[in-house]
Structures are given as C-alpha cells and as structure tokens.
Design a protein around this ligand. Structure first.
Ligand SMILES: [Zn+2]
Ligand SMILES: [Zn+2]
Length: 262
C-alpha cells in the first residue's frame, strides 16, 4: 500500500510561514493499493488529491466534525462525470452516512448537495467489516465527543491503522492495542502535549507519548503522529517530535509518502 499524507492538521485548517514543515491542510490520507484509491477522511488535504482521476474512489469518513469534511466540496474527483465515489461512515449522533454528508454539503452551508456534482457519490452506513476491492476494512469505535471511527486496512500482507480523534482511556487502549496488532503503520492522534492533555480532558485527543506506548504494545512497525493542533507552529511540532522521534516514529508531514511492503 502507498500512503500519502494529504493533510495532517487537526480541528481547523491553518496557514502561515511558521506552518510550512507540517502543513495546514486538515485530515486526509490517501491510500493506493493495486489500483484501489481510498481516502481516509475528507479534510482540506483532499483538495490536493493527485491528478490521477480513477474511475472509482472510496472515502472512509471517521466522523462528521468539520475538519474531516471541509475538503469534500472541492474534492477534484467529484467534478468528473463517470466517476463513482463510495463514501462509508458509521452512524454518528443518530445520523447515517448520507445525513452526515448532507449536514455539511447542503444549503445553507453549501449551495448544492452532493447529488449535483458530475460524479456519482454513493453513501454507505457501515455496521460490519467490508472490502474495497482487495482491501479489507475493519473498524472500531474511538473515544471522542459525538463518536468517531478508527479504521484498519489490510491488503497483501500489509496493514495500517488510522486512529485519529482518539482520547485514551485504559479500557479503549486495550481495545485499540488488540485492533492494531502488528500493523505496519499506526497513524495516531498526537494533538496535545502532555500538559495540554491534562487541561483538555474530554476534548477527544491524545499525545505523542501515548501513541508511542500504543505502538510498542501493539507491535506496530511505524508510527506517524497526526491531527496537529492548529496553534502549534513548526517550531512547536519539531520540539514535540524531538521528544519521541526515532527511525520509525515521527510527526506526519503534509505531502509525505510512506510505502508499505511485505
Ligand atoms: Zn478532528
Ligand atoms: Zn473530531
């Protein structure tokens, strides 16, 4: 699987000369596997989707918080007729997948619905593991206000776990460690410093240090910290990264490509 970090910022998009190293686009990870193209979340990173325009693409939406949906109106593949886009999401706040998309992509927040784009979008509300071509998709509930979904993709003997918008608790950690066992890549919510995490209990995010503990306990090979706090500058993030960095651990950078091979 080829993994491209299109957006690694959390909560809201950012910009500025002091945010160039890690980027300001919000959550969107592109995964390519044997011709399948899967997007994890639809943050503003999605606007940077490469110009390959596959006839079919898939979006796995963790939850409908705005930073995870705000790139969808300008998703380039939506503007191509003949393209089919399958969008999968678990029920959140009583809303099925389609209602979550409509909650953002419809008047008064947006002038049209997703049906009015040239591409055909099909929404699926998920309840059990499923497959996208040859990629096995499994999921578990995160601990996050309003709920969020943690996804695992397995393909050709390689695997990744996308654990964004996750606040650690002992009970959830045990579940996440089992779920992420032997993953090649763990993408983990490292939004807060340890001090911030203490102050912001219940906000639904975690720390790099906790990500390292999860990585070690689930025997993941690589760790990338994601969902960078919008107020953290490059200097802040480099300082936070220094505390955990090694050959296999770093903070995700917008534009970074990670190839997972057996
Ligand atoms: Zn978020
Ligand atoms: Zn969220």
């Amino acid at each position: 699987m080829k993994v491209t970090i299109l957006g690694a910022r959390g909560s809201v998009p950012t910009d500025g000369d002091n945010m160039r190293v890690f980027g300001g686009a919000t959550s969107c990870i592109m995964v390519e596997a044997d011709g399948s193209v899967i997007f994890l979340d639809a943050g503003t990173g999605m606007m940077r989707a490469p110009d390959i325009h596959p006839p079919h693409a898939t979006i796995l939406l963790t939850h409908p918080h705005i930073d995870h949906l705000i790139g969808l109106p300008f998703f380039p593949y939506l503007y191509q007729s003949g393209t089919v886009i399958d969008i999968y999401a678990g029920t959140k706040e009583g809303l099925d997948a389609r209602a979550q998309i409509d909650s953002f992509l419809s008047p008064p927040r947006w002038p049209c619905t997703i049906d009015e784009y040239p591409a055909k979008a099909i929404c699926h509300t998920i309840a059990a593991p499923f497959e996208v071509d040859n990629v096995k998709v499994s999921f578990m509930d995160s601990n996050h206000p309003g709920g969020s979904t943690i996804f695992r993709l397995d393909h050709g003997g390689t695997s990744l776990v996308y654990a964004t918008d996750y606040e650690h608790t002992d009970e959830k950690d045990e579940q996440l460690i089992r779920f992420s066992q032997d993953a090649d890549l763990l993408l983990y919510d490292g939004q807060y410093t340890e001090e911030e995490a203490d102050e912001k209990r219940g906000f639904g995010h975690s720390t790099a240090q906790h990500g390292v503990m999860i990585m070690e306990r689930c025997n993941a090979r690589l760790l990338r910290l994601i969902h960078h706090h919008p107020i953290h500058t490059d200097a802040d993030l480099l300082r936070m990264e220094d505390m955990v960095r090694d050959d296999n651990i770093s903070f995700a950078r917008q534009g970074e490509i990670i190839c997972l091979q057996k």
